[in-house]
Ligand binder design. Structure first.
Ligand SMILES: [Zn+2]
Ligand SMILES: [Zn+2]
Ligand SMILES: [Zn+2]
Ligand SMILES: [Zn+2]
Ligand SMILES: [Zn+2]
Length: 112
């Protein structure tokens, strides 16, 4: 620590202008995607999402409750995006003698 700060730091927001020490107050918050980060010291804090049914009003994140490809809460149909489709694991004992099928990893629905 800089000796000149013994009697008190020269705070500029969260950071001392003289010695560079950071305190956890007066951050220069920058809001983005339900998290905020300090422009001065880089500290990041997660904020709670602003849920409107299954979608966050602020960042667009989703939390659907899927059942057979349809959300129980908002009735949205899962589009089963190509990128989420995967062959069901052959090691899965419960499906050992069922024909191999594709499963949507987004909603868990078995695809025809
Ligand atoms: Zn200082
Ligand atoms: Zn800061
Ligand atoms: Zn959010
Ligand atoms: Zn939903
Ligand atoms: Zn799906």
């Amino acid at each position: 620590m800089n000796w000149s700060c013994l009697l008190g730091h020269q705070w500029s927001g969260c950071r001392c202008e003289r010695c560079g020490q950071v305190r956890d107050q007066d951050h220069d918050w920058h809001l983005a995607q339900c998290r905020r980060s300090c422009r001065r010291c880089g500290l990041v804090k997660e904020l709670s999402h602003d849920w409107e049914q299954c979608r966050c009003r602020q960042c667009g994140a989703t939390r659907h409750t899927w059942s057979r490809g349809v959300c129980q809460r908002c009735a949205e149909h899962c589009p089963h995006p190509e990128s989420a489709q995967a062959w069901r694991g052959e090691s899965d004992a419960t499906t050992a003698h069922a024909p191999l099928a594709k499963v949507c990893q987004r909603c868990g629905q078995e695809l025809a």
